[in-house]
Design a protein around this ligand. Structure first.
Ligand code: CA
Length: 417
């Protein structure tokens, strides 16, 4: 097995040196498929047993956990499928915070009113944020009806551990944690279901997060985030509370900025009080005053200076513990506001702006590097270093320094204007 994999990698390297990117991908995936077999997977499961036993897993639990587990190469394919087209933030938010999800969130708020009240008094976390996370993670549990999306967790994690080199460590760690959950008797093996990446139940906890944060809130002695809404929402509330959720405070505010605003401060890092931001001209888009002007906030412009702007507070960072992306936290915060009864954003998204494809993002980073700006590598991901590099280039070339990578920006960079 190991010898075969070594040869495959050698061949892939050879192909990579001599042909186009498209050919490399084809060659890599067909070789991966042929080198990983059902028999190899079964052997891997047998070989993994000592590691599980060392963590206190019994033979009975182990055998029950893996009964019927099969190598699922569709997971590996999915894990390594990086789409060339990156969704603009407005498309992401359109689908994340859609009318159905808002309506169902309000319905769930009524249906689970007593539970949500108890959760607020026990954990101090805003019930609308809990509803929004539930809506984002599993469409309030509706995801379980979509059998194409739901997979046996043990099988998914074992497949990643065995067949996906870049996720093998993650797969092994999570698999051990999943086995511990089964060992505890919180859930039966057949009911331990989740996403291809091992996120489980109504609120999509990975096994290590489950072990650390899941709680039994309906009092039946089991932490059942798969079938108990009480347990699932309490587990989310517990995660946010222990991360440092500030009770009674919001995630953030949409703001309107004047034309002469110092946009280089909108990097998501500069922290000022709401009162200081207001002095610079950042007023709430809805017109009201800030309820607590002394709260610290950071400014983000998810679609550049032509789109809506947001002052985000500490709780915004708490939501990101769930999923470390501004777009995700913005969707959760906005969905929470909408479920509460609030309206849409006041600002317009620059929907006519073209966002860059992955290959163009790499091109952008390459050009910036050549001009002497550090983008933290050329990976097609525009993280804080890349955005800082863009801002610096914009500042020196007479553009508004908002760090936003649009089609126009790439053109300007390439022509040097
Ligand atoms: Ca329970």
């Amino acid at each position: 097995m190991q010898v075969n994999l070594g040869i495959v990698r050698h061949l892939i390297n050879q192909v990579a040196k001599t042909s186009s990117v498209g050919l490399v991908i084809l060659a890599a995936s067909s070789m991966t498929a042929s080198s990983q077999t059902a028999a190899g997977f079964d052997k891997w499961i047998r070989d993994f047993w000592p590691a599980a036993r060392a963590e206190g897993i019994t033979a009975n639990t182990y055998n029950a956990a893996f009964a019927g587990a099969q190598l699922d190469m569709s997971i590996v394919k999915r894990a390594n499928n990086q789409p060339e087209f990156v969704k603009p933030i407005w498309s992401y938010l359109d689908s994340a915070v859609n009318e159905t999800r808002i309506k169902n969130g309000r319905k769930m708020k009524q249906e689970h009113a007593k539970l949500l009240q108890r959760l607020e008094s026990r954990f101090g976390v805003d019930q609308h944020v809990l509803l929004a996370i539930w809506g984002m993670e599993s469409a309030y549990g509706a995801i379980f009806k979509n059998t194409a999306l739901i997979k046996p967790t043990i099988q998914s994690l074992a497949t990643l551990a065995y067949a996906d080199k870049s996720r093998a460590k993650f797969g092994r760690e999570q698999l051990l944690a999943a086995l511990k959950i089964l060992q505890n008797g919180d859930v039966a093996p057949k009911d331990m279901q989740g996403s291809w990446a091992g996120a489980m139940g109504h609120t999509q906890f990975i096994p290590t997060t489950y072990l650390a944060k899941a709680v039994d809130f309906d009092g039946d002695g089991r932490r059942d985030i798969w079938r108990s809404v009480d347990d699932a929402l309490a587990s989310s509330a517990n995660l946010l509370e222990s991360a440092g959720w500030e009770t009674g405070k919001t995630w953030g505010y949409e703001v309107a900025l004047p034309k002469n605003f110092p946009f280089e401060l909108a990097d998501g890092k500069h922290s000022k009080t709401l009162a200081q931001w207001a002095e610079l001209g950042a007023k709430r888009a809805a017109g009201q005053a800030y309820p607590r002007p002394s709260d610290d906030a950071r400014l983000i412009l998810p679609a550049g200076y032509n789109g809506p702007a947001f002052l985000v507070l500490k709780n915004f960072a708490m939501i990101k513990r769930y999923n470390n992306a501004d777009s995700y936290a913005l969707a959760v915060g906005h969905l929470a506001d909408r479920i509460r009864g609030g309206g849409g954003f006041a600002g317009e998204w620059p929907r006519s702006d073209r966002v860059l494809k992955r290959s163009e993002r790499k091109e952008l980073q390459t050009v910036l590097n050549k001009l002497g700006y550090d983008t933290g590598g050329i990976d097609g991901r525009l993280g804080s270093k890349s955005r800082a590099a863009i801002r610096n280039w914009q500042k020196r070339n007479g553009h508004v320094p908002d760090g936003f990578a649009s089609g126009k920006l790439l053109e300007a960079l390439k022509t040097g204007r």
